[in-house]
Design a protein around this ligand. Structure first.
Ligand SMILES: [Zn+2]
Length: 171
């Protein structure tokens, strides 16, 4: 059994908005709960393999294998991001750089953490960028990268329950 109730109680006593570099609560939603199964799972959409409760980009093991969807592909199918990053008033000359930075981050992240992926990058004419991710870790990584690059304006808000982490940045 996980000690979820305790963790939840503790989280209620802290402010909901805090700087990126603070320790964050360990967040696990229904999509990430490790399923201790007798068999392995191969995601029929992206090919990632769950073996002994861990997802990785390995070959399908020899033990009984079930086809299904990995938590990342489930989130993409359900349009249920684990992280939402909203950037306001992004100057047009920075837009390409930021999108590039985020895409590179994802490429690096998903090698080790296959469930951390970009879902969408939407941009609007008035300079807003909205990025959704299948994992909180990637959204937090984007927040850290924005902070390193621009030094300010990053706000991170953790959910009370199973909702997504929300990160806002404005110039
Ligand atoms: Zn998948």
């Amino acid at each position: 059994m996980e000690a979820r109730p305790e963790r939840r109680d503790r989280r209620k006593s802290v402010p909901r908005t805090r700087p990126v570099h603070n320790a964050e609560p360990e967040a696990r939603s229904a999509y990430e709960r490790t399923r201790k199964l007798e068999h392995s799972i191969v995601c029929e959409r992206c090919g990632v393999v769950c073996h002994a409760g861990r997802w990785g980009w390995s070959d399908a093991p020899m033990d009984p294998v079930v086809r299904g969807l990995c938590p990342a592909c489930e989130r993409i199918r359900d349009r249920m991001p684990a992280g939402i990053v909203e950037l306001s008033m992004v100057p047009s000359e920075l837009r390409e750089e930021i999108v590039h930075m985020i895409e590179n981050l994802e490429q690096r992240e998903r090698v080790e953490h296959p469930l951390e992926r970009l879902m969408d990058i939407e941009s609007s004419r008035d300079g807003e960028l909205r990025i959704t991710t299948t994992g909180m870790h990637l959204s937090r990584g984007i927040a850290s990268a924005l902070r390193r690059r621009f030094h300010q304006g990053v706000n991170i808000q953790y959910p009370d329950g199973d909702g997504p982490v929300r990160i806002a940045w404005r110039t």
